[in-house]
Design a protein around this ligand. Structure first.
Ligand SMILES: [Zn+2]
Length: 283
């Protein structure tokens, strides 16, 4: 059953785990996430980025129909719906019109004051919306398995200033994490995270680019206030690999899709274990 984003994050914050946020965009990935959450009794944030819908030529009503199908099949799953990486207010409004109660509004590529102003505009327009913002760009390059940009770090004072100016329910910060597979060993600056968390402990922090981080690194981030962890690449890659392997065996596409879905589900279950969210679905 669907729950408010805020309720899932707050429960995770109170109970010392992170809600895994997994990107979906078609039947196989949707069912993969719901079956994993059912299997693990884990709360989950089902998220989609506009780029995923565009790439698949899928309309918003079609996406919502998939959600309804998954919910009918897995009524026990506790999930929230979230829009990932929206860079304009109109992108957010498309999702809000479909009943989304939370969005990531990512103006992190802009100067800090513009990021604050634009996020404030969204807040004023939608006072009850859950907003995840980002301070300190993680690199805009998405849609590829491998990181192609330089790793950056959020200035703690920027994140603290931002959170004091705008009421947000999640704040993504860059501490050496990056989207996609890492080029080398990731170098996470936990002192940056600690400084931010100590100054604004009431704001749940968000970890993007968790693919390629060890379970220990992710758990250290959870300890330091990150209660939503995004997984895209590793689940996507698990699907792709299983799909290709099955095709290479000379099998029909339907078997490759089935193998891809199973691999996606297994990867989702693994990230639920890493996030310590297994068994935490409270309703
Ligand atoms: Zn991201």
């Amino acid at each position: 059953m669907r729950h408010p984003f805020k309720a899932l994050i707050q429960h995770a914050k109170q109970h010392g785990y992170a809600v895994p946020a997994i990107n979906v965009s078609n039947y196989e990935t949707m069912m993969g996430v719901f079956s994993a959450a059912s299997e693990k009794a884990s709360p989950v944030i089902v998220q989609v980025a506009t780029i995923q819908l565009t790439a698949q030529k899928m309309t918003w009503p079609e996406f919502m129909a998939l959600i309804e199908l998954a919910e009918r099949r897995y009524p026990e799953v506790l999930y929230a719906l979230h829009l990932d990486h929206a860079t304009t207010i109109s992108m957010c409004e498309e999702a809000i019109a479909q009943g989304f109660d939370s969005v990531m509004f990512d103006a992190s590529a802009k100067p800090l004051q513009d990021n604050i102003n634009e996020t404030q505009q969204l807040r004023h327009k939608y006072p009850h919306l859950s907003i995840e913002a980002e301070v300190g760009a993680l690199g805009a390059e998405e849609g590829q398995h491998h990181t192609t940009h330089t790793v950056t770090y959020t200035q703690p004072e920027d994140a603290i200033h931002f959170a004091k100016q705008v009421d947000v329910q999640g704040l993504a910060v860059a501490i050496g994490n990056a989207h996609g597979f890492y080029k080398g060993e990731p170098d996470l600056q936990f002192d940056v995270l600690k400084t931010i968390h100590d100054a604004i402990p009431e704001v749940p922090l968000v970890l993007h680019g968790a693919t390629g981080l060890s379970p220990e690194m992710i758990r250290a981030c959870i300890q330091l206030g990150m209660h939503k962890v995004n997984f895209f690449t590793r689940c996507d890659y698990a699907f792709t690999q299983a799909f290709c392997d099955t095709i290479k065996q000379g099998k029909y596409m339907m078997f490759a899709q089935q193998a891809g879905q199973k691999a996606f589900q297994e990867e989702a279950q693994t990230v639920m274990e890493i996030c310590l969210s297994e068994g935490k679905a409270w309703v």
